[in-house]
Design a protein around this ligand. Sequence first.
Ligand SMILES: N[C@@H](CCC(=O)N[C@@H](CS)C(=O)NCC(=O)O)C(=O)O
Length: 255
Amino acid sequence: MARGKAKRAGAAKKPKAKAANKPLKPIELYYWPTPNGFKISIMLEECKLPYTMIPVNISKGEQFKPDFLKISPNNRMPAIVDPTGPGKRPISMFESGAILQYLGRKTGKFYPSDERARVEVEQWLFWQIGGLGPMAGQVNHFKHYAREILPYAIARYVDEVNRLYGVMNIRLKDREFLAGKYSIADMACVGWTNLWERQGQDIEQFPHLKRWLETVKARPAVQRGMALGRELRKGIDMKDPKVQAVLFGQRARAG
Ligand SMILES: N[C@@H](CCC(=O)N[C@@H](CS)C(=O)NCC(=O)O)C(=O)O
């Protein structure tokens, strides 16, 4: 009892410290379980940030809902709303790379502030955003979803992903992670390289990449991040013409 009283009295004298300990309001994660979504669920799990997941069922066209487009005008997930953004005011953002950098700056984790170390991370982050992701996405499209079989398109993108895997493999020859230490660059790549088989690749050709993939996937936060919402995909057939009508052949929306 006495101890409890002393605690309360102490807390009353230090209102500022109490305010600082106030739990953060959860970040809203607009999400669908794909390699682009995993980047952010992994980072939130790694940083132990509180978050709520709001599914955006892209196979049903939920990415075109006006409220979502206000946050993500590119009609793509992931996107976030952080109720406690800069100046303690809410902020929203889209594009997985920008979100990873924001969360890295917010928490001071997995995104170093030292300029040289930061450049290392950013090179590999942007390499994923501009190269590995889009190219692997095209393999997926032409190899698994396209109504017509186009051998030229399949070979072009399978070859390009093979080249990118080779670049990553050489990079990982003499360091544990892409930027030396584990960072947001690794989080950006793991969901994509995990699908190597589907992308027409043989992981045995890339022993350093294989070792890295196993190391990253062994992290509990990565496992939790990549398991998030897995059940949501059940029963969705990407070859269903209704789903393909939503996802493929998109053109400019009226402004
Ligand atoms: N460059 C974007 C790509 C995001 C992206 O392509 N998301 C896909 C799912 S993996 C999506 O939301 N697709 C909805 C659509 O195609 O309408 C990022 O990195 O955030």
